[in-house]
Design a protein around this ligand. Sequence first.
Ligand SMILES: [Zn+2]
Length: 147
Amino acid sequence: MPEVTSQQPAIDGWFATDDAGVPHLIGSRCPQCGTYVFPPRENNCPNPACANDSLESVALSTRGTLWSYTENRYAPPPPYPSPDPFEPFAVAAVELAAEGLIVLGKVVEGTLAADLKVGMAMELTTMTLFTDDDGVERTVHAWRIAE
Ligand SMILES: [Zn+2]
């Protein structure tokens, strides 16, 4: 294991943190019909009744309600990074109240399916997905039970 030198998102542009270090997801919004999209993209409004082709970047709600969830008990195959030994983890689909958008994400370590219940309040955080060969911790957005 290399020494950790810094942290970088595993995927650029999906979340950002404010000055206080609080993370939020970055989505896109259609200025014409108000439809939200995640992951963010610059064009192609997903609303079939809307012909607009330019989406704007917006900060999404940091809280939502648990819409569905599951628990992964099998290590993903390469090239997906996975800790060894593999630890089961939960995956949550969280509905953002303001946007009506459902966002999938891993659930933080220590919270498994038995701890979750549809409808419960969840909040966004980040977690380390893996550490690359240069010692850079690659982080992803994640869900945790809201306090
Ligand atoms: Zn639209």
